[in-house]
Ligand binder design. Sequence first.
Ligand SMILES: [Zn+2]
Ligand SMILES: [Zn+2]
Length: 213
Amino acid sequence: MIIPLQCTCGQFQGQVEVSRPLNRRFVCLCNDCQAYAHYLDRVDQMLDQNGGTDIVPVFPARMKITRGLENLTVVRLSDDGIYRWYTKCCKSPIANTPPAKLPYIGLFSQTLKFADGKAGLEKALGSVFARVNGKYGIPPLPPGTAKNSTLPVAFWVSAFMAIGYLKGLRSPSPFIDSKTGKPILEPKVLSDPEYYALIDRTGRHPKITHAKN
Ligand SMILES: [Zn+2]
Ligand SMILES: [Zn+2]
């Protein structure tokens, strides 16, 4: 199933091909994802009541940017952090990608456009499969929220990556220059004081090491 992608203002557009059960939604409650929402000043739009971000992993070769590439920009919360791609036009988070070239893009579920909104999302990708990094979440957490990750999630991510490798879906990626193998844009990297100021704004455990996802 091919689903259109769009930033909030509509200047940035794309599409992604997904299929169940491989593409599933999970919610990440980690400190960094919360800090990122503060960075974009979009806490109310990006985070649920527990501070969670709804993500759907997709294969790089299945995602295309069709309009408004010039609105794309990227930040890393630390020099070893993931690449967090968002739009300059309206500060919509688009996707997160790992520093290494893996068959994985963590797409923000909100970027998927359905005529019937949330109902369409549920119909296409089902309800949230897992909630992870609950130790950073704002209580009360929904039943079944994992403190860190869980075995089923680890197993699913491994299977997802293995299939991505086997089917050659690691590239082309809309975020990687196919000639150089490097990200298409140079990221802004936050300094430690900038990072910790954001973490303070989350109001969650102020002194932690950087979470990797
Ligand atoms: Zn926009
Ligand atoms: Zn996270």
